[in-house]
Design a protein around this ligand. Structure first.
Ligand code: GTP
Length: 303
C-alpha cells in the first residue's frame, strides 16, 4: 500500500532541553558540535519529513519558553493537541528546576489527554552525558519513577509511555529515535516478517533495515540464539552513527550535502562470517551478517 500516511508528532519540553538540537542531528544532518549555533525556537517550527516513501512525519517543534508553552496550553490548545500520534517530551537531566519541569509536563499531558487520549508518549531523559557514568542507572531510574507517576495521574496507561536516556554526544539518541520511527512506520510488522523470510533464505544471522537519509533503524531480525550471545547490545545504533559520520565525510569530500551523500556498498569479511551493507530500496539500506563464502554472498546480493 503506497498511500501516504501522515502522522503528527509533537516535540515538547522546556526551553534549552535540547529539542531542536536532536531534531537537527537526526533530520538535518547537523553534527553534535554544530548545534550550539541554534537559536531558541519561536512559537512552533513545522516541518514535514518524508520517511520510507509513504510516511509523512508532520513535526511540531514547540518552543519551550514560558510564554509559548502558556499559549499552547490556552488559546492554541485544541490546535496543538488535536490528532497527535506521538508526543516526544524532552527532560533536561541537568535542569535547575526539575519540580517545575514535572509540573509543565503534567499540564502538557492533561491537554494531550483531552484532545488525543490514544497518543503515544516518548519521554527522553536528555543530556545524560552530563551525569557521571556510575550514577547513570540510579538517576535514570529515579527520574523515570517520577515521570511515570505523573503519567498515571494524568490518565495514561503504562504501555502508552516509554522512557529513554539520551545524549547528542553518543548513539543513545539514535536508539530512542529509532523506537519512535518503528512505532510510526505503518507496516513495520509486515516489513519485519518479510525480512525474517529473506534472512531464512540467506541463512543470515542478522539483518537490519536502515532508512537511507536518517540512517535510523526501521526494523531488524536476528537468528534465534545469536541475539543473547552478542555482547555489543548497542550495535544497531552504533552503525547508525557510523553511517551518519560516513555521510558527512563523503559530503565533505565530494562537496555535496550530507543528505545526498550515500554509499553503494560496504563489506567486512572475517574467517567465519561477513558483514555487508547495501542499498535495498529507494529509501532503505540493508545490513546483513551471514556466512562468509563467496557463493552465499553472490546469491544474497541477487536476492
Ligand atoms: P527552545 O528552542 O528554547 O525550546 O530550546 P530547545 O529545547 O530546542 O534547546 P536547544 O536544542 O536549542 O538546546 C539548548 C542547548 O542544549 C544547546 O546549547 C545544546 O548545545 C545543548 N544540548 C542539546 N543536547 C545536549 C546533550 O545531549 N548534552 C549536552 N551536554 N548538551 C546538549
Amino acid at each position: 500500500n503506497r498511500r501516504t500516511k501522515q502522522r503528527k508528532v509533537l516535540l515538547m519540553g522546556r526551553s534549552g532541553a535540547g529539542k531542536t538540537s536532536m531534531r537537527s542531528i537526526i533530520f538535518k544532518h547537523y553534527v553534535a558540535k554544530d548545534v550550539r549555533r541554534l537559536g531558541a525556537t519561536i512559537d512552533v517550527e513545522h516541518s514535514d519529513i518524508k520517511f520510507m516513501g509513504n510516511l509523512l512525519l508532520n513535526f511540531w517543534d514547540c518552543g519551550g519558553q514560558e510564554s509559548f508553552l502558556e499559549s499552547f496550553l490556552t488559546n492554541q490548545r485544541s490546535h496543538v493537541f488535536a490528532s497527535v500520534a506521538v508526543l516526544i517530551f524532552v527532560f533536561d537531566i541537568s535542569s535547575d528546576d526539575p519540580a517545575v519541569d514535572l509540573i509543565k509536563f503534567a499540564a502538557t499531558l492533561r491537554a494531550l489527554h483531552e484532545f488525543s487520549p490514544d497518543s503515544k508518549v516518548f519521554t527522553l531523559i536528555h543530556k545524560m552525558d552530563l551525569v557521571q557514568p556510575n550514577h547513570k542507572p540510579t538517576i535514570f531510574n529515579s527520574k523515570t519513577a517520577e515521570i511515570r507517576r505523573v503519567c498515571y495521574d494524568e490518565g495514561f496507561h503504562p504501555e502508552q509511555v516509554e522512557f529513554w536516556g539520551t545524549s547528542i554526544w553518543d548513539q543513545s539518541l539514535y536508539k530512542a529515535w529509532a523506537r519512535v520511527i518503528n512505532f510510526l512506520v505503518p507496516n513495520a510488522s509486515t516489513i519485519e516478517a518479510m525480512l525474517g523470510k529473506l534472512a531464512g533464505l540467506l541463512d543470515a544471522k542478522e539483518m537490519i533495515l536502515y532508512e537511507r537519509t536518517t540512517c535510523l533503524t526501521v526494523t531488524s531480525v536476528s537468528h534465534e540464539g545469536d541475539i543473547d550471545g552478542n555482547p555489543c547490545t548497542d550495535r544497531f545504533e552504533r552503525l547508525s552513527s557510523i553511517m551518519k559520520t560516513h555521510k558527512h565525510s563523503m559530503a565533505k569530500h565530494t562537496g555535496s550535502v550530507p543528505s545526498d551523500a550515500n554509499f553503494a556498498e560496504m563489506m567486512v569479511k572475517t574467517g567465519d562470517f561477513m558483514f555487508f551493507i547495501t542499498r535495498l530500496t529507494e529509501n532503505t539500506n540493508l545490513a546483513v551478517v551471514m556466512p562468509s563464502d563467496e557463493a552465499s554472498f553472490n546469491s544474497a546480493r541477487v536476492n
